[in-house]
Design a protein around this ligand. Structure first.
Ligand code: HPA
Length: 275
């Protein structure tokens, strides 16, 4: 086992646990542009990443890098604002550090959100999509190396990593709230360059509906640790080449996310109430 990683995790968990009154019911990792979807609720506490020993501080614009823990919709919720990505040049252990921390805090449920490019020709920019499954094209797996037996098995099952019951709850809330949601398979590309049209055609042939640069490492370590997972994406743009006349910028991704943030917030609040 990577003793250093395990020691760092245990130290970080101890520091966070010392500041919690009770174990949160759910952890939410909010992606690009969604970090502020919940504003700053009055109650609760904020723990900056920099106050957690060994915690890798995110480096990308639009991510503030902190945890808020408090009451939301009748649940105790931990919100991770900003996440780390493999393209930042950090280790894959550091990318999945926060999620492993949640698992070790014994938080049973993880909700992950992200921004993505739409590959499926039936999808439109601005669509909200429930993740049904993923394809890992990062070229790396966060469970590589000696297994941390305390967290989960060497060869974890990934056949229902995106928990079907949570998806059913989210669909029910969407219907009740009049929010349209689609379902799709997410492929994680390394980035930070956006994909080429040829890569998008290849991903389409592989069965992917959405492409992004995050989420998969977190879902792998969550599944390893037996956490339930709900994944929600905002398709902020059509992936490269899907609209042959379009080009892609990070600003456009952030803006599209901001516009759909309100619907995402309503959907997530509805899900929290039903958990
Ligand atoms: N590709 C990869 N990541 C993304 C995209 C995309 O088109 N849009 C938002 N995140």
């Amino acid at each position: 086992m990577n003793e250093g990683h395990w020691m760092k995790l245990k130290k970080a968990v101890k520091a966070v646990r010392a500041r919690l009154d009770k174990t949160p019911d759910v952890a939410m990792t909010l992606g690009s542009g969604l970090s502020n979807a919940f504003g700053v609720p009055e109650d609760g506490i904020t723990i900056p990443c920099s106050e957690i020993p060994g915690f890798p501080v995110p480096t990308i614009a639009g991510h503030s890098g902190e945890f808020w823990i408090g009451p939301l919709c009748g649940k105790t919720v931990l919100i991770q604002r900003g996440r780390s990505h493999y393209y930042e040049g950090i280790s894959i252990e550091d990318v999945s550090f926060a999620t492993r921390m949640f698992a070790l805090l014994e938080i049973p449920t993880l909700i992950v959100t992200n921004a993505s490019g739409a590959i499926n020709p039936d999808f439109r920019a601005g669509d909200l999509v429930l993740l049904t499954d993923h394809i890992n094209m990062l070229g790396v797996n966060p469970l590589r190396g000696a297994n941390i037996d305390e967290m989960g098995p060497r060869f974890p099952d990934m056949s229902a990593a995106y928990t079907p019951e949570l998806r059913a709850i989210a669909k029910g809330v969407a219907t009740a709230e009049g929010i349209e949601v689609k379902e799709g398979v997410y492929v994680a590309a390394l980035g930070p360059s956006y994909e080429t049209p040829a890569e998008i055609r290849a991903f389409h042939a592989m069965g992917a509906d959405l492409v992004g640069m995050s989420t998969v490492p977190e879902v792998i370590v969550a599944a390893h640790a037996g956490m339930k997972v709900l994944g929600l994406s905002i398709a902020t743009n059509l992936a490269a080449g899907v609209d042959p006349n379009a080009t892609l910028t990070h600003d456009e991704v952030i803006e599209a996310t901001r516009l759909k943030g309100e619907q995402m917030r309503r959907l997530l609040m509805g899900v929290l109430k039903k958990l």
